[in-house]
Design a protein around this ligand. Structure first.
Ligand SMILES: [Zn+2]
Ligand SMILES: [Zn+2]
Length: 452
């Protein structure tokens, strides 16, 4: 009874996570994302390597597009099954897909779009199966699935799978210490036969969350106190909420200024407010005791029109802007950058990982001029970076020592390292390779025999 894994994406790269596990009793897919910096059909995993019709179910670990962005495409290729996800993941992914659809329709040639409105709506309305953490799911073909809290973003999970007697773990993206999410418990996967582990931050350590929050607050406060405005570009789902709660938690240390939460970051935060039961015990307790939505804050503003945004950036009073995208490629953050960065009194605070070849990465490396898309005028504009620049390592990803701790607790027979650059994977093998009997580092298209 052979069981094999086909790695369709995220082999020695960060992005387009997609695995297929094929056993005697059936075939299941884990995630189906897109590559964040590639456009067109090339952004998708190597779906042509498998017979999509033979896949009876798929699991979506969380809403980020590098895990979810190619899922509606499965319908184009004959997928008949359901996609298992937690309810908050389902609620967030619709928002992510609508945003992705508008980017594809605006910027991608028609023949290279991965999917269309019809497939997205069908997936959302008919093909998602909502589950909760720890629910024991038994599929008709006998495959067993449990989703455990991964603490990465709202609703994120790591997967425990049993197929033809083989126990398999798949991390999706693992979280780090957070001001609102529960921390993961690796013992749920203890002793699995195979662990597919993400390696994004292999070899990278960062300061503790408290120290990083202090750095953030200091940067914001000093700019506001000298009369400047602060732009914090942030990914809509996960990062924006982490930053918002950090600002709120330290509000007594900050001047009383408006906090503008723009675009999808605002909409995603409203979804966060609906799912307090998926958050940390501390957040749940505060809610029970005070009846308070942890994300509600009287300083928050959501500008709905261009006129309002203009008024806010032109007003002489200090202000904080939290807007997607985090890397200043797409979204309102690039519009705010063009307005705020030329003024030396202002500051831009970049938080966490930046992809090379993005305006955020150029700014962090000290560029004095960057090019961004003015999506109102629909043209590229050059922006002078005269403002202060801060780079603070606030992230929603587990760092090196946490990934090692996860592997050390699980102690799998076979460890498969994916979702990371080659350098990061090497560093993880150096530190945690000894906890497994066999290590695999696949590339996209690799087939790994898990059981002969
Ligand atoms: Zn993620
Ligand atoms: Zn990821």
């Amino acid at each position: 009874m052979t069981i094999e894994a086909i790695v369709l994406g995220s082999g020695k790269e960060v992005g387009r996570a997609c695995l297929v596990i094929k056993g005697e009793s059936g075939t299941i897919m884990l995630d189906c994302g897109v590559h964040p910096t590639i456009t067109g059909l090339e952004a998708a995993p190597k779906l042509e390597l498998v017979d999509i019709e033979s896949i009876s179910s798929a699991v979506l670990t969380h809403a980020h597009l590098d895990h979810s962005g190619a899922i509606p495409r499965l319908l184009k290729l004959g997928f008949k099954g359901k996609v298992i996800a937690t309810l908050p993941t389902a609620a967030l992914v619709g928002m992510m897909w609508r945003d992705q659809l508008s980017i594809m329709s605006r910027e991608w040639p028609e023949e290279s779009r991965l999917w269309d409105t019809k497939e997205m709506n069908k997936m959302l309305a008919k093909r998602l199966r909502y589950v909760t953490y720890e629910e024991k799911i038994k599929l008709p073909n006998g495959i067993k699935v449990v989703l455990h809290d991964a603490g990465h973003i709202l609703g994120s999970s790591f997967v425990e799978l049993e197929i033809d007697g083989l126990r398999i773990g798949y991390t999706g993206d693992l979280g780090t210490s957070s001001n609102h999410l529960q921390y993961w418990d690796a013992s749920d996967l203890e002793g699995v036969d195979v662990l597919f582990c993400e390696s994004t931050y292999g070899g990278v350590e960062r300061k503790g969350r408290e120290a990083l929050e202090r750095e953030l607050i200091d940067a914001v406060r000093s700019t506001l106190e000298s009369g400047g405005k602060v732009l914090i570009p942030a990914m809509s789902v996960g990062k924006a909420q982490e930053i918002l709660l950090a600002l709120k938690r330290h509000e007594s240390k900050l001047p009383d200024v408006p906090v503008v939460l723009d675009g999808m970051a605002y909409r995603a935060t409203r979804v966060y407010s609906q799912f307090i039961m998926y958050m940390s015990d501390k957040i749940k307790r505060t809610f029970i005791i005070n009846g308070e939505d942890p994300f509600a804050w009287d300083r928050l503003l959501q500008p709905r029109t261009l006129k309002k945004r203009r008024r806010l950036v032109e007003h002489k009073e200090p202000c904080i802007f939290v807007a997607p995208s985090g890397m200043l490629k797409g979204g309102w953050s690039q519009w705010y950058l063009a307005k705020l960065a030329p003024n030396p009194e202002n500051a831009v605070v970049i938080c966490g990982y930046v992809d090379p070849q993005t305006p955020a990465s150029e700014i962090v490396s000290g560029a004095k001029e960057v090019e961004v898309m003015d999506f109102i005028a629909r043209e590229k504009v050059k922006v002078q970076i005269n403002c202060k620049v801060y780079h603070i390592e606030i992230s929603r990803h587990a760092m090196h020592s946490e990934l090692c701790k996860f592997i050390a607790t699980v102690k799998p027979e076979t460890l498969v390292l994916i979702h990371g650059e080659e350098e990061s994977i090497k560093k993880l093998i150096d530190s945690a390779g000894s906890y497994a009997k066999r290590i695999e580092v696949p590339i996209n298209g690799s087939i790994i025999t898990l059981k002969e």
